[in-house]
Design a protein around this ligand. Structure first.
Ligand code: ADP
Length: 458
């Protein structure tokens, strides 16, 4: 990456429908914020355009101010400006009230809402005289930016602007993704293994020449056990044992679990098929059988799945009240306490483009137990089986993993994890310290994005 620093700063505009922490549903929201911060720290100019949802967390927006009104397609669109995590964000509020539904996704006209937003965002860039070097759009929801830009905007003085498209999850909106793959100048997805796994997909296969896997990072300031208002004691690798003990105790008390030295498995996830629901359920019972504790924080967009878990939560409440707690909601502060207080974070996904929870777990000294797929394969190296692969990356093994999607496979990984807690605690404590010291930030991936932005402009 030697030559990059000599190049003049670029102007990058993200057009996205999620952004942590103001409008976060999943990893996409984290990535928009943390990638932007990392690229900005490397002295580039970054702006973000986001819908002005009525459900934005306005507490996290600094100095929100009205800027101007633009019009498009017979509607007026108010443009607001504010700072989120130090980033400049333009919020679009169309008069048609498309973003006054109390939620980000889940309206029956989501396609229309976000299509409108993409068009409005480009219209805003044009009417404001912005000439970005790069427009970066994400997933099906801002995929239309790529063709709307090429068909309707590029000719208006924006011929030097390049469009980058990132797939965070190919599962949703395949037709829109296929079209964006075609129209964008470069496309990425969020890990090398996921890039390989989807390379045969008809949406991707014709475009491999411009398709790259770049692993996501996490923002070390947003996820920082040495400075985290949601945990009882700040800690670093040097006092990880004491810090995690305090966090575990706080977590046990908060959730009404038995307080004490008991191995604790955490799960933080959307509850969807992708995340390996049957394996999660199995792991809950397996952990309880081995006298461990389980804390699950998750919510299901599908009401049937949500109800299933409500049933399970009730059942566990009576059968294992001191040892299991399921929180079936979205709760950012609680997620911090779980990352810090758990010994192990389980991520048994059926597929996983990158996965952020295993990275955040490691930042807090929790050991990931994951299924070997997508970005989980690229970031978690099994203690027993993956030494060589880890060393080839300049890393030490950092977790437990399994390959299949059946109960026996989960058992094998989970049993090794819990046995190490019972029989080999000193070794496990040193592993916690080691994983905390691994760098899963944007330090390296941000450079790869910048290189890609440069390459797109050549
Ligand atoms: P995905 O984007 O598929 O949901 P990722 O692992 O990429 O999965 O990102 C999930 C993000 O959402 C992580 O930051 C995780 O901590 C957070 N998260 C998931 N479920 C919850 C929840 N119920 N409460 C709080 N945070 C959650």
């Amino acid at each position: 990456f030697g030559g990059i620093t000599k190049e003049p700063p670029m102007h990058i505009v993200h057009i996205a429908v999620e952004m942590a922490p103001v409008a976060k549903v999943g990893g996409l929201g984290d990535v928009v914020t943390s990638l932007s911060r990392a690229v900005k720290d490397l002295n580039h100019n970054v702006d973000i355009i986001l819908p002005k949802y009525d459900c934005l967390d306005f507490n996290e927006v600094k100095d929100l101010q009205y800027r101007r009104t633009i019009s498009w397609s017979g509607f007026e669109i108010k443009v607001w400006f504010g700072k989120v995590e130090g980033l400049s964000v333009y919020f679009l509020e169309p008069q048609n009230r498309f973003f006054s539904e109390g939620r980000v996704y889940g309206c029956n006209n989501d396609g229309e809402r976000f299509g409108f937003f993409c068009h409005a965002a480009l219209e805003f860039l044009l009417q404001s005289g912005f000439r970005p070097d790069i427009i970066h759009c994400h997933d099906w929801s801002s995929a239309p930016v790529s063709w709307l830009f090429k068909d309707h905007y590029r000719q208006y003085g924006l011929s030097n602007t390049r469009v980058i498209f990132t797939i965070h999850n190919l599962e949703f909106g395949a037709n829109l993704i296929a079209k964006a793959m075609q129209y964008s100048d470069r496309a990425t997805t969020v890990s090398q293994t996921y890039a390989k796994e989807v390379s045969g997909n008809p949406a991707i296969a014709p475009h491999l020449h411009k398709f790259h896997g770049i692993i996501n990072g996490i923002d070390p300031d947003i996820w920082d056990p040495s400075d985290d208002k949601f945990i009882p004691m700040s800690y670093t690798p040097d006092n990880v044992v004491e810090g995690k003990r305090a966090a575990k105790e706080a977590l046990q008390r908060k959730l009404g679990l038995e307080v004490g030295e008991i191995p604790l498995v955490g799960v933080i996830t959307r509850l969807t098929h992708q995340k390996g629901i049957h394996l999660i359920k199995h792991a809950i019972w397996r952990t309880l059988e081995s006298n461990g504790q389980v804390v699950l924080l998750g919510s299901a967009p599908d009401p049937r799945i949500q109800n299933e878990f409500v049933g399970l939560a009730n059942q566990l409440q009576s059968s294992h009240s001191g040892h299991a707690h399921l929180c079936l909601s979205y709760d950012e502060p609680l997620s911090h306490l779980i990352y810090a207080g758990a010994d192990f974070i389980l991520v048994p996904s059926i597929f996983e483009p990158c996965g952020l929870t295993q990275l955040t777990a490691m930042r807090y000294g929790s050991i990931p137990v994951v299924r070997r797929t997508g970005g989980l394969y690229d970031t978690v190296f099994d203690i027993d089986d993956d030494k060589e692969r880890a060393h080839a990356q300049g890393l030490e093994p950092n977790g437990f993993s399994f390959g299949g999607a059946d109960a026996a496979e989960v058992d094998h990984a989970l049993n090794r994890a819990i046995s190490s807690w019972r029989d080999n605690r000193e070794w496990l404590n040193s592993l916690c310290k080691n994983v905390m010291e691994q760098d899963w930030s944007w330090n390296r991936p941000a450079l790869e994005y910048i290189e890609l932005y440069h390459a797109a402009r050549k």
